[in-house]
Design a protein around this ligand. Structure first.
Ligand SMILES: [Zn+2]
Length: 248
């Protein structure tokens, strides 16, 4: 996650060309990313900015990703809460990440709009929503980690675990052991839970958490703070590799 935060180590790709997946009539494979539904979780924005910087860069893996996937990013789901300096709620006092089941266009307009867009894409036979990732920050846990869903279908459940496992193998601050899968009633109104229930078995829905303060690299005991200095590591352009997480 450190690599995906704060800095823009990659040059913007001015030779931007649209991939085959944007050809008229082609099926669009979409990765939908949202951030900052909880306004106090500022690291969510650092990570989201890092993802955007990377995706529009000249890096060969970014080019391949753009060639094959369409990224739709709503970087701030709770702009009024951020503006007001709220920790968790919107202007009207709602925790938006508990209202995915039935968002009101009046009381939760950003959530309502994003949900409508996702449902529209889901119903469009030319669109395949491959991933939904909602970025948060965690105030007590260390490292980056994920929350995923529990499914009766064992194969679907196992397939869902592959992405966080790959992250763990390739990003030193990502922890698979802190990653968990649940269907707690209290989380039923979250984006990850709601969309995990709505979308079919070809879609993967996660909450991506990044610690507010630090991470521990496997095999060591020293905590590395998530500060500007720590993020400088992510400034070195990565060498092209088989998986995007190698970028850090
Ligand atoms: Zn949160």
């Amino acid at each position: 996650m450190a690599l995906l935060s704060s800095y823009s180590p990659w040059m913007i790709d001015e030779d931007f060309h649209f991939g085959e997946n944007l050809r008229e009539g082609a099926e669009q494979k979409v990765v939908f990313i949202t951030g900052r539904v909880h306004p106090g979780e500022t690291p969510s924005s650092f990570v989201c900015q890092g993802i955007i910087d990377f995706l529009v860069s000249q890096h060969p893996i970014a080019r391949v990703l753009r060639e094959h996937l369409v990224f739709k990013i709503a970087p701030m789901l709770n702009p009024d809460g951020v503006y007001l300096g709220n920790y968790r709620c919107s202007l009207m006092g709602f925790d938006l990440n508990r209202h995915w089941l039935d968002p009101s266009p009046w009381a939760h307009p950003t959530l309502h709009g994003v949900k409508q867009l996702i449902v529209q894409m889901y119903n469009d036979p030319k669109t395949s929503l491959e991933f939904y990732i909602d970025i948060h920050a965690h105030s007590t846990m260390m490292n980056g980690f994920m929350y995923g869903n529990i499914f009766e279908d064992e194969e679907r459940f196992q397939r869902q675990a592959i992405f966080p496992k790959l992250l763990c193998q390739n990003a030193e601050d990502f922890s698979y052991s802190s990653t968990s899968f649940n269907r707690d009633a209290v989380k039923a109104g979250t984006g990850r839970r709601f969309l995990g229930g709505l979308l079919d078995h070809t879609s993967y829905c996660y909450t991506l958490e990044v610690s507010f303060y630090s991470y521990i690299i496997g095999g060591t005991t020293a905590a590395v703070p998530y500060t500007e200095e720590a993020c400088i590591l992510g400034r070195s352009p990565p060498s092209p590799g088989p998986v995007f997480i190698q970028l850090r």
